[in-house]
Design a protein around this ligand. Structure first.
Ligand code: FMN
Length: 313
């Protein structure tokens, strides 16, 4: 199952109409969503970086929900990025923890659409004003989705708008968020397994920690490598610790072909992969392998590997 995390950043939530409604309602509309109201968690701006990073690791899609303030995000969210998108977490040599996750901005804009044009009083288009966030997502190797926002979201009693009109636009904004999330849910097994395979080898490129791999291996998985046969999580770690002693991280697994065929309640995955690596001995390694996997898509919607066979060719 796809896990969604909403980072809600609104320092005056008690006065909010639009963001409050979206954050309250999303829990009734999609399964498996966590809403973290970061201003109420950290009113002193002292962010628990570890807790926030763990919440990110657990999620597939992260929605940043906030009011557009001074053409940007409220300061609490900027502080959150500055602390949480840390070196060797979001970027840097080991900074691949967010790789492949979806990055969705969802904000509410007070001003009207026509103001955000070259001849309007705000001069710039919204998409120009969100460029730093877009690049932040790219730097973290995340999947930047088209920002979702609605205009005319300010409600000032007897001055601007009615509460009902703002709420209706907030509901529209929420519907747009839901349709993005539902789009992920409706992926075919083939699309889902292909994405999984890419992510799996991207983690091998970095020689990621064992937990990433064992998380997707059945506890009794049958593992057949050129180095021998192994069983389950412990078997994987045995094999992997020897590999990590031999080859350096930042290697390259190139997926040359992939074919996925249903096999009763499982799927067979046939792969041709080229590995380019450097050994600690200084020797360059280039290896072509054929892999045969048997995988399942669990009822939670995750890919789980039951059989994993690798043969050098
Ligand atoms: C400090 C502050 C700065 C704001 N800056 C902008 C702005 O730059 N552009 C804009 O269109 N609206 C701006 N607004 C209006 C907010 O975008 C609007 O109040 C908000 O989206 C409404 O959402 P809420 O009901 O959840 O508070 C600003 C409002 C505040 C309080």
């Amino acid at each position: 199952m796809m896990k969604t995390l909403m980072i809600l950043a609104h320092p005056r939530l008690e006065k909010s109409v639009a963001n409050k409604r979206i954050a309250d309602e999303i829990k009734n509309k999609i399964d498996d969503v966590e809403v973290r109201d970061i201003f109420s968690l950290y009113p002193d701006y002292k962010i628990d970086v570890e807790a926030e990073q763990q919440a990110l690791i657990n999620a597939d899609t992260i929605i940043f929900q906030y009011p557009f303030w001074w053409y940007n995000m409220p300061a609490i969210l900027k502080a959150w990025f500055d602390e949480v998108f840390d070196f060797n977490f979001a970027y840097g040599p080991e900074g691949n923890k967010l790789k492949g996750k979806n990055f969705q901005l969802s904000f509410t804009v007070g001003g009207p659409a026509e103001a955000y044009t070259p001849t309007g009083y705000n001069h710039f288009r919204i998409e120009e004003l969100t460029k730093p966030m877009e690049q932040t997502a790219y730097m973290a190797q995340m999947n930047f989705l088209k920002p979702i926002y609605e205009h005319g979201m300010v409600y000032v009693p007897n001055v601007y708008n009615t509460q009902e009109a703002v709420e209706a636009r907030a509901d529209q904004q929420l519907e747009r968020i839901i349709s993005v999330i539902d789009g992920f849910k409706n992926e075919t097994p083939e699309v889902q397994i292909t994405a999984f395979v890419k992510d799996w080898f991207a983690h091998f490129d970095q020689l990621a920690e064992d937990g990433y791999f064992t998380h997707s291996l059945d506890k009794d998985a049958q593992l057949v490598f050129p180095e021998g046969e192994f069983i389950g999580h412990q078997g994987f770690s045995e094999w992997y610790s020897a590999i990590k002693k031999e080859i350096k991280p930042d290697n390259q697994h190139i997926i040359e072909s992939i074919s996925i065929t249903p096999n009763n309640e499982y799927f067979n995955v046939d792969l041709a992969v080229k590995l380019k690596a450097e050994k600690y001995s200084g020797e360059a390694l280039q290896l072509n392998v054929k892999e045969k996997w048997k995988v399942e898509i669990t009822k939670e919607g995750n890919v789980k590997i039951h059989t994993y066979k690798v043969k050098a060719v």
